[in-house]
Design a protein. Structure first.
Length: 404
């Protein structure tokens, strides 16, 4: 187990632990401590690995967060985290290795609502089911996306086949790896010899779970791709609620009223059955691929007197390609932070007036672009709504001024 050491900053008593597999995946602040006046030093040691680093962020005395800045390599056991300095005491941090939850998906064969034709759909599988709880939620292509993956994120999908046909399921623009299959009789089956490499199409057998691993990464292109913005049902009016068009159930199995909103699909991919009669009859779902947006550039600030206080006019250059959903403007009294969000602006905004700022005070500013992907409409409890994910750009270079 590597050791994490916090040194400097005038404080004492902060501790942390780590659990890893080759690299440190996360560090968690379990006790914030008290009395810190400057950021303490975080040291990660032991555990058979090297190169892992982290930084601490303060919030008026206690430590508010620990950021893993380098996961290191070669860890075979949990490292130790030591917090030293900062004039405070009592902080405790833990570190953990990679942990990937299974994403429950399904294939369901049933009958259409119009002519009662037998049809297969892709959807999600409910966790913790029993003989009294419906287990599958078969979604159509027009339903809000439930498969959302961030650039470089590892996901494990457990696809449960509630049907009688074998389907050849194809993933667009990335490949997956078959981990194993689990029959409904409990038998665990390894991948076939021809499935040991990465595949863009995978055979899925009836009455069987298949577990696949995916880690899509964005392509290296000579141009910048915009987000895909569209109504979830392009054949209907925006804002419509259409009877028998949407499933009107969220992935937690709570009833909702799905509205035909225009949403951000990020880089829109799909997965579908490669049997032509199935994919043409709606056995297809969108995959929303989340990519970090371009950063704003040319950040400038100018102070203007406004009564007993000042207004700081913040401006920046907005990238030409629309690959974001918003910007945040942050302010600090030191170049290294801590940072306070003073505004969230629209994706097209390139200005913000930070009003009510005290006079003759040094301030630092930075701007970050955000890309929020998915169906963001909120529903009343107990509905949880549909999944979303966000990727952020790097912040702009920090600029500063002293208010007049």
């Amino acid at each position: 187990v590597p050791t994490l050491v916090f040194t400097g900053g005038g404080g004492t008593g902060a501790t942390a632990t780590a659990a890893v597999a080759k690299t440190v995946a996360r560090v968690k602040l379990t006790t914030a401590g008290t009395g810190y006046t400057t950021a303490p030093t975080v040291t990660i040691s032991g555990g058979g690995g090297t190169g892992a680093t982290a930084t601490a962020k303060l919030g008026g005395g206690p430590i508010t967060s620990i950021t893993l800045t380098n996961p290191g390599i070669g860890f075979t056991s949990s490292p130790t985290i030591t917090i030293t300095g900062g004039a405070g005491t009592g902080a405790i941090v833990t570190a953990t290795g990679p942990s990937v939850a299974l994403q429950p998906k399904c294939i369901q064969e049933l009958f259409t609502l119009d002519y009662s034709r037998m049809n297969a759909l892709i959807g999600t599988e409910l966790p913790f089911t029993s003989q009294l709880i419906q287990t599958t939620l078969p979604y159509g292509y027009v339903d809000p996306p439930t498969e959302i993956i961030k650039d470089g994120e590892t996901q494990l999908w457990k696809i449960t086949h509630n049907g009688v046909d074998t389907h050849f399921v194809h993933f667009h623009l990335f490949t997956v790896q078959v981990i194993n299959r689990v029959g409904w009789d409990g038998a665990i089956k390894p991948p076939d010899p021809n499935e040991l490499s990465w595949k863009d199409t995978v055979r899925m057998n009836p009455l069987e779970d298949i577990i696949v691993a995916a880690k899509p990464v964005k392509q290296t292109l000579p141009w910048t791709l915009p987000n895909s913005y569209r109504p979830i049902d392009t054949t209907q009016a925006v804002g419509a609620t259409v009877v028998n068009e949407f499933l009107n159930v969220d992935p937690s199995n709570s009833p909702v009223t799905t509205v035909n909103d225009i949403i951000n699909y990020g880089w829109e991919y799909v997965w579908h059955c490669h049997i032509l009669g199935h994919e043409e009859n709606d056995m297809m779902r969108a995959i929303a691929f989340v990519v970090a947006p371009q950063a704003a550039t040319n950040l400038k600030v100018a102070g203007v007197r406004a009564g007993s206080t000042d207004t700081v006019n913040v401006t920046w250059t907005v990238p030409a390609v629309n690959d974001r959903t918003s910007f945040t403007v942050e302010r600090a009294t030191a170049a290294a932070g801590p940072w306070t969000t003073v505004a969230t602006t629209a994706a097209t905004a390139g200005t913000y007036a930070d009003a009510g700022v005290p006079r003759t005070t040094a301030y630092y500013y930075r701007v970050t672009a955000h890309n929020l992907v998915g169906y963001t409409r909120a529903f009343a409890a107990p509905a949880a709504g549909f999944p979303t994910a966000q990727a952020d750009s790097a912040p702009t270079a920090v600029v500063n001024l002293t208010t007049p």
